[in-house]
Structures are given as C-alpha cells and as structure tokens.
Design a protein around this ligand. Structure first.
Ligand code: ZN
Ligand code: ZN
Length: 420
C-alpha cells in the first residue's frame, strides 16, 4: 500500500537517522570534553534573531546576507532571520548580558543548526549543523594559538588525522586600507576578466577576489600583491608570534596569503582546516579573529577569536576515512513463557542501571524469532531463560560474534557483562 510519502523534508533539509546519530553524538561528546579542558563553557543562543544582527556583523554585501538568509516578517512586523552562523548571536548575547564583566578571557562554545537558503544541488544543506567556539578579551596571539591547537586536538580526538591547517593574517584597520588600494590598482585593468560576483565585490571588498573559486578569477589574480607583504608592524608581530607558538604546540600549518575568509568582520588571524578526503575547496572548519565586532554591537572594545566546525562534512569524512564501530546491545535476554518474561524484565532493569544496553525478547514468540531479532541487533551476548533456568538460577549464554557458549549464574550476570 505504500506509495510516495505524502510528507517530505523541505528541499535542502535532511533527517539524521541512526546509526548516523551515534556518530554525531560521539563528535559532540568529544567537543564537550576537549573544549571543557580548555576552559570553554557552553552557551545556547536562539536560532531566530533580529535580522540586523546578521546584516550588521556578517556584512550587507556578503552572499550570506544578500542571497542566503531565511528572513521573514513575524506577526509583530519585525524582520527576523534564522541564524546563518553562530558568531553574531554569541556576540549579541555577550553584549546583552555584560559577559565581559566575567573573569577574562571569557570562552564559550555552542552547537546547533544554522540556516542558509543555498542551492541545495551544490551538496550543501539549507539546515546544517555547526559546533563553534568564541574567546573574548584576549588580544594576544597566545589565544589564537590556543584556539587553533584546540581545534587540532578536537579533530584528532574524533579520528580525523589527514587534516591541514592554513593560516593567514588579513591585517587591521591600520594596514588593510592601503592593501585594498594596492589590490584595486592591481585589478584595475583586469576588471573585465573577473566573474560577475567579483566585479560586484570590486569596490567594496576586493579582498574577496582572492578566494573566488572561479577559474578566470584565479588566473586574473596571478601576481597580485600579498596581504602578508602589507601588514603593519603590530600585525606582522602578531602573525609572527602566532606561527612561533603553533610550532611550540606542535600544530603543523601552512601560510596561505590568499585565504581571506568571506565574512566582513575578521581582523588579523584567519585560519581554515581542510581534509584530503574532501578536496581542498571544502574546509571542515574555519575561523578567525574579530577585534571590532563587540564594539560594533555596542559593547566595550573587546578583541575576540573563534571558529566553527561543519558537522555534515565531519560526519561524511569520518564515514569515509575511519572504520566505525556502531554500538550494539551488550545483552539480549530471550525468555520462554510468562514467568521467565517477568524475570528477564527484572534482570534487564538491574543491568540497565549500569548503563548497559540490554534488549528483552518477546516471551510469547518462539525462541527462533527472538534469536533472529538478537542477530539483527548484533547483540554481543544472548541469554536464554526458560523453566529450567528459572529453577537453577543459571542462564545459558551465547556469544554471537564467535559462537562460543556457556552458563552463568543470574546473580553473576552483571559481573560477567562488565568484566568485573
Ligand atoms: Zn595592521
Ligand atoms: Zn570571481
């Protein structure tokens, strides 16, 4: 009777189903563990915010704000948007709740869905998940190094080892204007070779031409002036110190002067992590320093740095590159008859208090069909409880993986399963 389902997810949105959710959980748990060790605390901000929060921070002229935001008018006539990224909302929260009055530096992490109305055929999702961190109030490159090395620790912890860090400095309000002028001069007679997007970006943000992926723009920028040659003394020292510290912390990286990142709010350090498995254009994580954003949101002058990790890409990479083992039940308790059915329920309850995954068979169906279910679940051990076992207090067990079998006393079942 089943035809095409009547209801489906919206275009560009997806359900995340088991066993993938196990993978997602393990990534999230690693994030909680590692970020906590670095003193980052979780912050939870709404998915819906006033539109101007994003247009202000990400930049009016960016693709995100111009084309990709889920923006609508709510019943009160306010323009609201689903968050396209995490930083703007965390900064809004930081200023709103005076979090700068907390002991400095203030370090936060978040995770959750983000929304961008992109063309779904490009393999991107309209609802996608990010885990991100933001560290406030520390202007020193030590914080940049800590944040970048923490990202490396996290990726290593989840099993991603084939990753490479690229870092850059995009300067500050002192040195970037002169660099922009140098770029404008360089591209002035190449304008007709650029893609329409870059022509549009030309006057407002010529830096973005440097990370355009269109081949004729890549060609046109051969020999373009490099930001790293135009940094002011302070930016140069900051960037030099960062590289020293990354070496100290054993983070291998390359300097990529063309990596400018698409967002308007970055100052000085920007970084990206790419993985061999996904091709160089697909960063699994990216971030940078944003020293002016808190002030622009009406807060005190507060330097900050952060990054965001794309969960879908991480999950895809892990599925491809790591041999995954999904959790399986520690025990399947098959029961024959009512009395045994009650007893396995009691036993299961005792074992579950030890956080063991225990499945209980249907005592009214045949042993054969119960064992079939145990097999499908790939339970590690199957125990069978019938009248005889009830009398003797001893269970027969079978290890489904190696087909070994034996007996164990009901009272000793917990030790048997936990290896105690
Ligand atoms: Zn500078
Ligand atoms: Zn272009």
């Amino acid at each position: 009777m089943s035809g095409a389902p009547q209801y489906k997810t919206l275009k560009g949105m997806q359900d995340i189903l088991p066993p993938d959710t196990f993978l997602w959980q393990s990534v999230e748990q690693a994030a909680h563990r590692i970020f906590s060790a670095f003193g980052f605390q979780e912050i939870r901000v709404p998915v819906l915010e006033t539109t101007s929060i994003f247009s202000r921070s990400i930049g009016e002229q960016t693709d995100i704000v111009e084309k990709e935001m889920y923006t609508f008018t709510d019943k009160g006539g306010r323009s609201v948007s689903l968050r396209p990224e995490g930083t703007a909302a965390v900064v809004r929260s930081f200023v709103e709740h005076n979090l700068h009055s907390l002991p400095s530096p203030q370090k936060f992490y978040y995770s959750g869905p983000m929304f961008r109305y992109e063309r779904p055929q490009s393999g991107r999702f309209r609802q996608f998940f990010q885990i991100g961190v933001e560290a406030f109030s520390d202007p020193h490159p030590r914080m940049d190094a800590e944040v970048i090395s923490m990202l490396g620790r996290f990726l290593m912890a989840i099993g991603l080892e084939q990753v490479s860090f690229q870092i850059n400095s995009i300067g500050c309000e002192q040195c970037r204007p002169a660099y922009k002028d140098a770029l404008l001069l360089f591209f002035a007679d190449k304008k007709e070779h650029l893609c329409p997007d870059c022509v549009r970006r030309f006057d407002r943000n010529p830096l973005r031409i440097l990370d355009c992926k269109v081949s004729r723009c890549i060609e046109a920028r051969t020999g373009a002036p490099r930001i790293t040659d135009h940094l002011c003394q302070d930016c140069r020292m900051h960037f030099g110190k960062l590289q020293e510290l990354l070496v100290l912390l054993d983070v291998s990286f390359t300097v990529n002067p063309e990596m400018v990142r698409g967002l308007d709010y970055y100052t000085r350090t920007t970084f990206e992590v790419t993985s061999k498995g996904l091709g160089s254009q697909n960063a699994v994580a990216a971030g940078g320093r944003y020293n002016r954003l808190v002030k622009e949101f009406g807060g005190p002058d507060t330097p900050a740095i952060g990054f965001a990790v794309g969960m879908e890409r991480i999950a895809e990479l892990l599925k491809r590159s790591v041999s995954l083992t999904w959790p399986v039940p520690a025990a399947f308790l098959a029961a024959l008859g009512d009395t045994a059915g009650n007893e396995v329920l009691r036993i299961a309850d005792v074992l579950r208090r030890q956080n063991l995954w225990v499945e209980v068979g249907d005592c009214h169906s045949s042993l054969k069909s119960q064992l079939r279910r145990a097999d499908r679940l790939a339970a590690r051990f199957v125990f069978i409880l019938g009248d005889e076992e009830l009398r003797s207090g001893t269970l027969k067990w079978k290890n489904l993986a190696d087909a070994s079998q034996g007996e164990v006393k009901i009272a000793e079942l917990q030790d048997f399963l936990t290896g105690g």
